[in-house]
Design a protein around this ligand. Structure first.
Ligand code: G6P
Ligand code: MG
Length: 220
């Protein structure tokens, strides 16, 4: 039985995954490390510093910069990202998400947020959906970032729901991996090949339907 559904934020509730991409892409170009959307899949769900390390490794520049310089790069990316999220309004909720959350509530199922972003509270506030969440766990309170399961485990603990009664919803490979390691049922939003580890994949948020998830969950 499903007792809680725990959402990722960026790329699931709203399309901030695109803003992360644009900001990293800009920084990458400044560092002489251009990359495309295919490489970007490896950055989704991954913490800020780890994302930077992956970009530097991709450009064979892992050992070129000091820790101080790396922190400046990460800071620069974050400033660009913060500019982009200033424009967010409730209209930027992805299609069907609010109806889906309402449906979950009506079924007496709890809702959690498990985000690797230090900007999660700002984004949720700008979207005006804070009241849907029974708990919010963000990057400020977890030590290990996805694919480590910590953020999902912590959300379930705070909801007081056993892991096997939880469903996680993710758009990132690292996120789906984190959900599976947490012993939860994983719903992927996006490309079925990229999210092959998920128990159920829908191509977009408007296809998230509680009945479909309940059916797949009970067949699992
Ligand atoms: C989410 C996003 C990642 C981002 C990470 C850290 O997991 O999917 O793309 O790098 O959060 O975000 P932050 O806002 O703390 O830099
Ligand atoms: Mg995401």
């Amino acid at each position: 039985e499903i007792k809680a559904i725990i959402f990722d934020l960026d790329g699931v509730i709203t399309d901030t995954a695109e803003y992360h991409y644009l900001a990293w892409k800009q920084l990458g170009e400044e560092l002489g490390i251009p990359f495309d959307r295919t490489f970007n899949e490896q950055l989704k769900g991954v913490s800020r510093m780890e994302s930077l390390e992956r970009i530097l490794a991709y450009g064979n520049k892992s050992n070129v910069y000091t820790m101080e310089e790396k922190e400046q790069f990460a800071e620069k990316k974050n400033e660009m990202y913060k500019q982009l999220i200033q424009k967010i309004t409730p209209k930027d909720l992805l299609p069907g998400i609010e109806n889906f959350m309402r449906e979950i509530k009506e079924n007496g199922i709890k809702i959690g947020l498990a985000s690797a972003s230090k900007n999660a509270f700002t984004v949720i506030e700008r979207l005006g959906v804070g009241h849907y969440f029974d708990t919010i766990v963000d990057a400020a309170t977890v030590k290990n970032s996805k694919p480590d399961p910590e953020v999902f485990l912590k959300a379930a603990d705070q909801l007081n729901v056993p892991y096997e009664n939880c469903v996680g919803v993710e758009d990132a490979q690292a996120g789906v991996e984190a959900i599976k390691r947490a012993g939860m049922f994983a719903v992927g939003v996006g490309n079925a090949e990229q999210l092959a580890r998920a128990d159920l994949v829908v191509s977009c948020t408007s296809d998230l339907k509680l009945d479909d998830i309940k059916r797949a969950f009970s067949e699992n």
